[in-house]
Design a protein around this ligand. Structure first.
Ligand SMILES: Nc1ncnc2c1ncn2[C@@H]1O[C@H](COP(=O)(O)OP(=O)(O)OP(=O)(O)O)[C@@H](O)[C@H]1O
Ligand SMILES: [Mg+2]
Length: 235
C-alpha cells in the first residue's frame, strides 16, 4: 500500500554548546539514529515515548521544519528538501503546534480565512468553507468572531485544528494537541482528528503523553532507543 510520508534512515542530533574549559568543540546529542517509519493517509498515528526522546523533533523532521543530518524525508517518494521545504509545508502540511498556531489578535474565523489565503486554497466560498470547518470542529458559533486569545484551551485547539485543515493539506502534524485539556475535551478533540483522518482521508500524526489519546489512535509509533517503532502496522 502507498505511503504518503516516510522517514528513511533518518538521523538527527542537536549540537550542545559546552563551556570552553570543559572540552574542545561541541558535543552531540543524538535524537534519531537511522530511523525508518512510513505513514498512510486515512489513519491517525500517536507518536509516544518518554519526555525528551524526540517526539517534537520527529514532527519537525516530518514537517520539514528541520532537515535530517542524514537520510531522507519522503513525501509520496519525493525527498521533501529537493521538492522544496517551504512549498512542501505550505501545500501538504497542516501544523497544530503550540508555538506555530493561531494568530492571537485575530478571531477563530479570521485565522481560518488567513490559512485559506496563505495556502491559496481555491474554494468557491471562503466564508462558508471557514464556517464549515469551525462547525465540523464543534466550536460554538458564538465564538467564531471572538479574539482567539479570549478562548479556552479546548476552544483554541478546535480553532487550531480548523486552521490546520483550511489549507486542505493531506498531512496533519500535531504536538500534544490535548495537553492541558480535561479527559472529556481531549476525547472530543481526538474524535475530531479521527473524523479528519477517516472521513477526509488525511494522515494525522500527533505526539502525545496521554494514554487516553494513545488508546484512540489507529497506530502507535514509539520513539525508542533512537529509532521509531510502529505497533500494529503490517508492512
Ligand atoms: N534546540 C535544541 N537544542 C539542543 N537540544 C535540544 C533542542 N531541542 C530538543 N533538544 C533535545 O533533544 C531531545 C529530544 O527533544 P524533543 O523535544 O524532540 O523531545 P520530546 O519527546 O518532544 O519531549 P517532550 O515529551 O518533553 O515534549 C531532548 O533531549 C532535548 O533536550
Ligand atoms: Mg515535545
Amino acid at each position: 500500500m502507498d505511503h504518503v510520508l516516510e522517514l528513511r534512515d533518518v538521523s538527527y542530533y542537536y549540537k550542545i554548546r559546552r563551556p570552553r574549559r570543559v572540552g574542545a568543540g561541541q558535543a552531540r546529542a543524538d535524537v534519531l539514529i537511522n530511523a525508518n517509519c512510513a505513514f498512510r493517509r486515512g489513519y491517525i498515528y500517536a507518536l509516544v515515548g518518554p519526555s525528551g526522546t524526540g517526539k517534537t523533533t520527529t514532527l519537525s523532521l516530518l514537517g520539514a521544519l528541520e532537515a535530517p543530518k542524514s537520510g531522507q524525508v519522503l513525501y509520496k517518494g519525493m525527498d521533501v528538501w529537493e521538492y522544496g521545504a517551504a512549498k512542501y509545508r505550505r501545500d501538504h502540511i497542516g501544523f497544530v503546534f503550540q508555538e506555530y498556531n493561531l494568530l492571537n489578535y485575530l478571531s477563530a474565523y479570521q485565522n481560518v480565512i488567513a490559512a485559506i489565503e496563505i495556502a491559496k486554497n481555491d474554494v468557491a466560498d471562503r466564508k462558508e468553507y471557514a464556517y464549515g470547518l469551525l462547525r465540523d470542529m464543534q466550536l460554538d458559533e458564538a465564538l467564531f468572531h471572538k479574539n482567539v486569545g479570549e478562548l479556552s484551551g479546548g476552544e483554541q485547539q478546535r480553532a487550531a485544528i480548523a486552521r490546520a485543515l483550511a489549507a486542505n493539506a493531506d498531512i496533519i502534524l500535531a504536538d500534544e494537541p490535548t495537553g492541558n485539556l480535561d479527559d472529556e475535551t481531549a476525547i472530543e478533540i481526538i474524535e475530531a482528528f479521527k473524523r479528519v483522518a477517516h472521513e477526509s482521508d488525511k494522515c494525522v500524526i500527533m505526539a502525545t503523553h496521554s494514554g487516553l489519546v494513545k488508546s484512540h489512535a489507529d497506530y502507535v509509533v514509539s520513539v525508542k532507543g533512537q529509532g521509531l517503532h510502529i505497533d500494529n502496522l503490517i508492512y
